[in-house]
Design a protein around this ligand. Structure first.
Ligand code: FES
Length: 106
């Protein structure tokens, strides 16, 4: 699996979520309270708004455009029939964060 470096762990000292555009995809990197990181698609399944610009309550995000809600841990849309947001494989090496464009294994 190919990984690309997108950030440093220190980029998340005062934030817990950031989005990155990679080859036309919006992918969010999220630091959880326990310090673990994960990566998930953050382009809304309705019309591709950046979910990291929406209201975030814990790990539930509300899309800034038409208010679809998603669980950022599972990727499930909570109020509409929709395919899930995809999780991406993520690894950390020497303080650098790498993600794969391929979906994380289930
Ligand atoms: S673009 Fe997200 S709900 Fe419409």
């Amino acid at each position: 699996m190919d990984f690309i470096k997108i950030a440093k762990v220190t980029d998340f000292e005062d934030k817990y979520i950031k989005s990155y555009s990679i080859m036309g995809k919006k992918i969010g990197v999220i630091r959880q309270k326990d310090g673990q990181f994960f990566a998930i698609e953050v382009g809304c399944k309705h019309q591709r708004a950046d979910l990291t610009e929406g209201e975030i309550d814990g790990l539930i995000v509300t899309c800034p455009r038409h208010h679809w809600k998603y669980d950022l841990v599972t990727g499930k849309c909570l109020n509409h029939e929709s395919v899930d947001l995809r999780r991406h494989a993520l690894k950390i090496e020497a303080g650098d964060i790498f993600i794969s464009l391929y979906p994380a294994p289930e």
